[in-house]
Design a protein around this ligand. Sequence first.
Ligand code: SAH
Length: 351
Amino acid sequence: MSPMLAILLRQISRFGPMSVAEYMTQCLLHPTQGYYTNTDPIGAQGDFITAPEISQMFGEVIGLCLAQTWLDQGAPDPFCLAELGPGNGTLMQDILRATKSVPQFHHAMRIHLIEASPTLRQRQKECLADFEVSWGDNIAELPDLPLYLVANEFFDCLPVRQFRKTDKGWQEQMIGAEGEHLHFVLGGLAPDGMFPDRLRDSMIEISPSATALCAAIADHIAALSGAALIIDYGTWGEMGDSFQAIKGQKKISPLADPGRADLTAHVNFRTLADAAQSKAQVSELVPQGLLLERLGITQRAQSLAQNMRPQELEAHISAHRRLTHPEEMGQLFKALAITPRGSKQPAGFSE
Ligand code: SAH
């Protein structure tokens, strides 16, 4: 039995079934046995591969989008360049390379990374050794500066709670145990009126941590200016049960291997937009493929291709396709931008 499973079984036997949110938090971030604490998950050899790990072009065009927004807002100096959940540090490394020649950008930036995993913090430190970087656990620790922030595949690992429609009303889906096996059980009833107008749904997923975080980012941007780019897989509105586990680049049951598989849920961008809207300006939701095209990824791909050998070229073309094609990441992944009210939308977020 894995140490993480033993920890969960002990907790369930003492305190009863746990919520899906509690399970996700324990499995991903337990101080010694958590998936992100313990493993080296991201990249071609890892459990999953993310856009910045597919090609340097992703971080380059996102970096230029952030720098253009910074220029549009009067190039505040100093400003905070922040990333949520930077993984291996690849995206920030590509952003920094692409913005090197933007006058004053590097001089004015203060890089701040929000990362829970000590293992990945170490990885980021090595990757960004040429830069001065500070780390924090949450956005409350961000410096009081204009904020230019990116979060790629971060919101999908924030914990969700699930509610299932039963004869009695909306009951929270919990995780219980039988012997050494984890399984789903029904818990208490949601308060009356928590999910009005949901007659057609049979399962609802909510992420209080995601909406709270988004509201706090919007507050910061409303007060101090800047922009946040949130990129993730998800939809506008709910999609029922999207709780999933990935191990070795394949889907497995989310209860099958706690602490040794990545756990995620699709991002409900509508709830993020709702949380930010009362404070700041929220863009339309733009599919990743369209965003990258508008930011010039194809021109960048052509220019990089000129110096490539034939063997490299094939991988390069397939990376471009993987990032942008609607049947690959182009449509499933989407981006939302948060900026101060009345400011220009970041490049790529409007026609
Ligand atoms: N953005 C990266 C990595 C995505 S994986 C990329 O695109 O490649 C998710 C990242 O978020 C990991 O670095 C993980 O350790 C971090 N993370 C997950 N939950 C977190 C939390 N609650 N607080 C801070 N970091 C977290």
